[in-house]
Design a protein around this ligand. Sequence first.
Ligand code: GFB
Length: 322
Amino acid sequence: MTSLEPYSRIYVAGHRGLVGSAIVRRLQREGFGNILTATREQLDLRDQAAVNDWFRVNRPEYVFLAAGTVGGIWANSTRPAEFIYDNLMIHATVVHAAHLYGTKRLLYLGSSCIYPRECPQPMKEEYLLTGPLEPTNEPYAIAKIAGIKLCQAYRRQYGSDFISAMPTNLYGPNDNFDLESSHVLPALIRKFHDAKVAGQKSVTIWGTGAPRREFLHVDDLAGACLFIMRNWNQDMHVNVGTGEDLTIRELAETIRDIVYPEAELVWDASKPDGMPQKLLDMTRLHELGWRHKIPLKEGVQMTYEWFLKHQKGGSAGKGSRA
Ligand code: GFB
């Protein structure tokens, strides 16, 4: 539908993060030769004047908006101001500049935490704003919902071709493995690995193990982003997941079996569980013809191999702004 040409000017905002770096890899693999990026040092995406200048000079025709402050349940609970401020600002500046400087199409990436805490499962796109949000990530979720509403408002008022996709919990290369700020999957890879190296028998896992989560490998998400950029032109956002979930206990056992099969699991119920379940309804994207390819076990194995290769150089460490 939308013709991304081999030399289209394509801006990937957040290209150093988990999602942005996967989109860049995918674009390169498909032969796109004019991929635009800017580091955080070169361009502060919270600064409207700077973002306008950058768009005026670079005139991206297509934008993948994957930049933002992201993190797991603990980072969300303890740094709510950064999560709401950075994300609100980044979404607003980039969407506005894309409107001012003639971007043909912008794909905004949100998160499955936009849906209500007690949402019926699996969560359909139309369940947005039908109930209260999960308190551990409400500020982040509000910013992510604002991003959807920005795209819809610019579409309605100016006819801008701005679309939104809501990925489920993601993992893969370039993930954040820092125990304070990471999501559960990279955190557990690090915890089991460190315990194995230290010869420590038990590994402590947060919460009760009962919450259910859905995990998508970021290379599958990158494929979905190109598919959506080419095939989706609705006002409504679209879910991106696998349509399958498991408990945190089952996830921990899966990672243990790959990284350190002798380890014992210990549960720390003083840490929050967060949303009881977060499973996306995938009917819309499946009907259009997209499906994920990487099974969870294979994805965890690949991510552990990536972690082993990169941990010494430090790139598997801190840093939560993509
Ligand atoms: O991945 P996670 O931090 O985020 O946690 P959410 C998922 C579940 O894993 C929670 C448990 O029930 C955690 O208590 N968990 C167990 C752990 N051990 C660990 C651990 O060592 N580290 C972490 N991080 N969790 C985030 C939101 O929610 O997901 C964001 O805060 C965003 O807004 C993101 O939407 C995708 O899935 O609960």
